[in-house]
Write a protein that binds this ligand. Structure first.
Ligand code: NAP
Length: 328
C-alpha cells in the first residue's frame, strides 16, 4: 500500500515534520510567503492531506485538482477559508485548531484594546519621530480601561478569555451571543444583553465571532451609530465581520473615538486604506495567535488531525461530521 502523502506549503517546525514523517511522505516547502497557485495545485494534486494557514482558500475549483485528498487541516481556529459544503460533498475532512490559541489571542486582543485606549502606538511614534519637545498636561490623554464597560460580541473560547482579563481590570462585562452562557455569567459576572444594548452601553466593543454568513458585516453603519461617541471598537475576529467602509466613515465623522484592528476585509490591507492614516486606529497585521509557542502547538494539532484522517480515524477537531457518511 502507498504511504499517505502530507502536503505542507508553508514553514512549520522541525518537530512537526519529524512527527509526520513517521506516518508518511511529507511534501514540505519551507516558505513564509504564499505559494503561487500553480505550484500549490501541483502539490495538492498528489496529496492525501494538506496542512495550511487560514489565508489559503479551499473551494470547489481547487478541490477539483485534488483527487486523492482526504483532509484539509487548518493551522487556525477560524475556518472561513474553507468551503465546507464542497469539502463534504467530495468526501474531504476539514479540521481546525481550537483551544490552544485561546489565551494567546485573548492577550493580543486585550493588548490592542489597551493600546487604543492609552494611545500607545501613537505615543511611541510621537517620541521616536522627535516630536516630543516638552511635557504638557494634556499630552496624549487617553481613556480609562480600569472600571470601564466592555461589550464582547461572541462570548466563545476567546471571548471568555478576554472577559477574564477584563474582570482583572474591574470592568463591567456585557456580552452578546446567539445563546446565553450562564456559566460565564456566574463565574465572571457578565451580563447577557441584546446587540443594541451592548453597542449603546459599552466603552469598548470587542468583536470575537467567527466569520459566517450571519456575522458578515454585522457591525455596519447602523450599529456604529449606536455606539458611544467616546467608545472604541476592537476587532480581532475576521475583517469582514465589520463593514470597513462604514467604520472609516464613523471614524471620520467622529461618531466613535477609535478602533483597534488585527484583521481587515482585505489582507494584507491596502497601503492607501484610510484606516492606516488615522492616529486613533491601532493596526496590527493579523497576529492574534502569533507567538512561537502557540503557533508550534497549532501546527502540531493540525498534524495530529492530518494523521488521524489518513489513518481512517476521526480527527479530534473534525468540522464536517457529515463527511463520515461520504468517505473516499
Ligand atoms: P468560539 O469558541 O466558537 O466562539 C465564537 C462565539 O461567537 C461563540 O460564543 C458563538 O456563540 C458566537 N457567535 C457565533 N455566531 C454568532 C452570531 N451570529 N451572533 C453573535 N454571536 C455569534 O470561537 P473562538 O475560538 O473563540 O474564536 C472566535 C473567532 O476568532 C474565530 O472564528 C476566528 O475567526 C477569530 N480568531 C482570530 C484570530 C486572530 O489572529 N485575530 C485568532 C484566533 C481566532 P453562539 O453560537 O451562541 O452565537
Amino acid at each position: 500500500m502507498n504511504q499517505p502523502r502530507f502536503f505542507i506549503p508553508n514553514r512549520v517546525s522541525e518537530e512537526v515534520l519529524q512527527f509526520l514523517q513517521q506516518y508518511g511522505d511529507v511534501d514540505y516547502r519551507n516558505k513564509e510567503e504564499q505559494m503561487a497557485e500553480e505550484e500549490f495545485l501541483d502539490g495538492l494534486s498528489k496529496a492525501d492531506a494538506l496542512l495550511c494557514y487560514s489565508r489559503q482558500k479551499i473551494n470547489g475549483r481547487i478541490l477539483e485538482q485534488a483527487p486523492q485528498l482526504k483532509a484539509v487541516c487548518n493551522i487556525a481556529v477560524g475556518y472561513d477559508n474553507f468551503d465546507l459544503e464542497e469539502l463534504t460533498k467530495r468526501g474531504v475532512m476539514a479540521t481546525n485548531t481550537p483551544g490552544i490559541l485561546t489565551e494567546t489571542t485573548a492577550d493580543l486582543t486585550f493588548s490592542i484594546l489597551m493600546a487604543a485606549a492609552r494611545r500607545v502606538a501613537e505615543a511611541d511614534h510621537y517620541v521616536k519621530s522627535g516630536q516630543w519637545q516638552e511635557w504638557f498636561p494634556s499630552l496624549m490623554l487617553g481613556k480609562d480601561v480600569f472600571g470601564a464597560t466592555i461589550g464582547i460580541i461572541g462570548m466563545g473560547r476567546i471571548g471568555e478569555a478576554v472577559a477574564r482579563r477584563a474582570k482583572g481590570f474591574d470592568m463591567d462585562i456585557l456580552y452578546h451571543n446567539r445563546s446565553r452562557k450562564t456559566d460565564v455569567e456566574e463565574k465572571l459576572g457578565a451580563s447577557y444583553v441584546s446587540l443594541e444594548q451592548l453597542l449603546q452601553q459599552s466603552d469598548y466593543v470587542v468583536v470575537l465571532t467567527p466569520l459566517t454568513d450571519e456575522t458578515r458585516k454585522m457591525i455596519g453603519e447602523k450599529e456604529l451609530a449606536l455606539m458611544k461617541k467616546d467608545a472604541i471598537l476592537v476587532n480581532a475576529s475576521r475583517g469582514a465581520t465589520v463593514d470597513e467602509a462604514a467604520l472609516i466613515q464613523a471614524l471620520q465623522k467622529k461618531q466613535i473615538a477609535g478602533a483597534a484592528l488585527d484583521v481587515y476585509e482585505k489582507e494584507p490591507v491596502d497601503p492607501d486604506n484610510p484606516l492606516l492614516k488615522m492616529p486613533n486606529v491601532v493596526t496590527l497585521p493579523h497576529i492574534g495567535s502569533a507567538t512561537k509557542e502557540t503557533r508550534g502547538k497549532m501546527a502540531m494539532k493540525a498534524a495530529r488531525n492530518a494523521v488521524a484522517a489518513v489513518s481512517g480515524e476521526v480527527p479530534e477537531n473534525l468540522l464536517n461530521e457529515e463527511v463520515l457518511q461520504n468517505m473516499k
